[in-house]
Design a protein around this ligand. Sequence first.
Ligand code: BDR
Ligand code: CA
Length: 312
Amino acid sequence: MGDKRIPLIIDTDPGIDDAAALSLALFSPAVDVRLIATVAGNVGIEKTTRNALRLESFMGTDVPVARGAAGPLAGSAIVADAVHGKSGLGNWGYEGEATELLIDTPAAQVIWDELLACEAEGCKATILTLGPLTNIAILLREHPDLADHVECLVGMGAGITHGNVGPLAEFNIAADPLAACEVVESALDVTFVPLEVADNALLSPADLGELASASRTGAAVAEMMDAYASSTELAGGKQVYDPTAFCYVVEPQMFQVATCHLDVTTEPGEDWGGTHFDLEGSRGLLANVHVATGVDADAFRRWFLDGFRLCS
Ligand code: BDR
Ligand code: CA
């Protein structure tokens, strides 16, 4: 019997909620994580790469890591260390760093090689993006036929009704709006899981207590989540954005999804990085993305906590 797991390439900027999503993915029986590509985002590229290696050392996993873009295609970098802490992983006291997993080739090249390796095995990989879309845009510029070699791309990003760094600008889009625009306008099959999904599936203090006792990895992520509190806390709990996108990869039936046209604002100004979804189709433009508009919040929370019970 063949391997029924989804071959998955994760592009990420760890980041506390990235760490949560990576933990779930690395121990999920539903996916085969083939590569972790890093990108500058929540913190700079040296730190996001180091964080991926520290997390893998802690969890005892051995997925190769490739260092990606150090900044956006255009404009200057923004970071979110006020949310994730100076290191990117809150106050977590890491132990080691799995430097032996780092591949000395740029991430876009390694992603391409891995896509071709999957095809040679008779399957197509899914790409999960948890940070700015810079590496994917670079890959698209180098390989305009990228869509033919990828099953689909699922990305945490965008906001339907609001942003978190601008009126309609979500961090992963605002950190590289040009890259997001190029990805949206490509032939890739793209699904965004936006801010609203996590906003409506908050983890309560009781959920976070359960996380801490789920496993050693759960305890580490719960410790990171303590520092993540201040700027992401809504009444009744905390959002964990990036795990919602991984959840969509493995449990899409938990979500409501619309297919529509998306415009990303790439011109500097107040709407820089803003995402405009034409959910009603009133502009008469061709659909270019899918967007998750809702999730079964109770099912998501159960899935999240059960996933941490499978971690080391
Ligand atoms: C996204 O921005 C980052 O700070 C998080 O890791 C997440 O990917 C939420 O807007
Ligand atoms: Ca992220």
